[in-house]
Design a protein around this ligand. Structure first.
Ligand SMILES: Nc1ncnc2c1ncn2[C@@H]1O[C@H](COP(=O)(O)OP(=O)(O)O)[C@@H](O)[C@H]1O
Ligand code: SF4
Ligand SMILES: [Mg+2]
Length: 355
């Protein structure tokens, strides 16, 4: 089964993909049956609050999780080749690369940054030392590192956060990957640098025809940069659609709640943010029924007992019994507003008080 939002060739296909961690309390199901297809040259935004399973999903695909306490199952195929059960080191240097939120944890603190970018070029591309050096200077220029030759001889601690992230991007780009996974690449940076780095990644992705997974907790970051957006919660897919369609026809209450919790630059009058109250579910013993039910303003009795199946509406899919914008959804919300609480006991404002 494929979940492609258009008919192009797929690069990465996950089918009922699971990752669990063995803990003293039992298996922590961080990724619990995710299916998706990423096509060549496309950018997929993966969005969800902290703890949704975004990082584990992607580190799992990359084969970067410790095998000793990780249980991986289902299928993850790259160019049709099954990754589950295989050592993926061969892919890192050639096909897939990942950049992380905090470049300090992935850069080697005692190695000059130039050497860190040269290493993959020499190892995987077989370049001579001088050719690699020349190539690194080119890449540094491409990612906006000024005085590239001087920077080659500096150590990570001598660079600002923004420059370190550009070095990480350089390492990832050096191997010319088919797939670049950017895991909250700008969260630790200030706003102007964030925009620069995100625009840079988007530009390079387009120029190179690379596929990209852009992981972010901020729906606003994915908007305008991702071709499609997949919303995750408690290790599961809540909603997935081409970006425009998602914003036009938001169907899952969790997506709507995420949307209400971000600043809307386009609607200055609605700058008041509504944070999602409560915390993500326990992934060792997740609630029966819908995982979002304890925090969902639409929740009905059915949601507490029955896990919502995935509804597929063309290239838009969502898992909810009472979708936003449907008569059932409106009825559920009105019922809760009238009783002042949801089926799971969440207190909400009574209808008269709702603005
Ligand atoms: N090594 C681990 N052992 C047990 N649980 C883990 C481990 N790594 C991550 N988790 C749990 O998996 C869930 C998903 O984490 P993560 O993928 O980092 O979330 P996100 O990237 O969406 O913020 C969290 O509940 C986290 O605590
Ligand atoms: S309405 Fe029910 S199924 Fe839909 S998100 Fe809320 S709790 Fe889950
Ligand atoms: Mg993360």
């Amino acid at each position: 089964m494929t979940y492609s939002t258009n008919g192009e060739t797929s690069l990465l296909t996950l089918d009922d993909y699971h990752i669990g961690f063995k803990t003293e309390r039992g298996l922590a199901k961080a990724v619990d049956g995710v299916s998706l297809t990423l096509n060549r040259g496309q950018t997929l935004g993966i969005v969800g609050e902290s703890g949704s399973g975004k990082t584990v999903l992607n580190r799992g695909v990359m084969g970067l999780l410790a095998a000793s306490n990780t249980v991986e199952s289902g299928s993850a195929k790259f160019e049709g080749e099954e990754l589950v059960g295989k050592n993926r080191q061969l892919f890192w240097g050639t096909k897939m690369a990942m950049i992380f939120q905090d470049p300090m944890t992935s850069l080697n603190p005692v190695m000059k940054v130039g050497n860190q970018v040269m290493e993959p070029l020499r190892q995987h591309k077989g370049l001579s030392k001088s050719a690699a050096k020349e190539r690194v200077a080119e890449i540094f220029t491409l990612v906006g590192i000024p005085e590239p030759i001087k920077r080659l001889n500096q150590y990570p601690h001598e660079l600002s956060g923004g420059m370190r992230q550009r070095v990480m991007i350089s390492i990832a780009l050096a191997i010319e990957p088919d797939l670049l996974i950017a895991d909250e690449p700008t969260t630790s940076l200030d706003v102007t640098v964030q925009k620069y780095i995100l625009d840079l990644l988007t530009r390079i992705q387009k120029e190179r025809g690379m596929s990209m997974v852009l992981i972010t907790h901020d729906l606003g970051v994915a908007r305008g940069r991702a071709d499609e957006i997949l919303v995750m919660y408690g290790g599961r897919v809540m909603e997935h659609a081409p970006t425009e369609k998602l914003f036009e026809n938001m169907s899952h209450p969790y997506t709507a709640a995420l949307f209400a919790s971000i600043p809307h630059l386009h609607h200055e009058k609605h700058t008041r943010l509504t944070p999602i109250s409560g915390t993500p579910p326990d992934i060792v013993e997740p609630p029966t029924g819908c995982r979002f039910a304890p925090r969902c303003t639409y929740a009905q009795e059915q949601c507490l007992v029955e896990s919502p199946p995935m509804t597929q509406d063309g290239d838009h899919r969502f898992a909810c019994h009472f979708p936003v914008g449907t008569p059932q959804g409106q009825e559920a919300l009105t019922k809760n507003q009238q009783r002042g609480k949801t089926a799971s006991g969440l207190q909400i404002r009574k209808k008269a008080e709702v603005i």
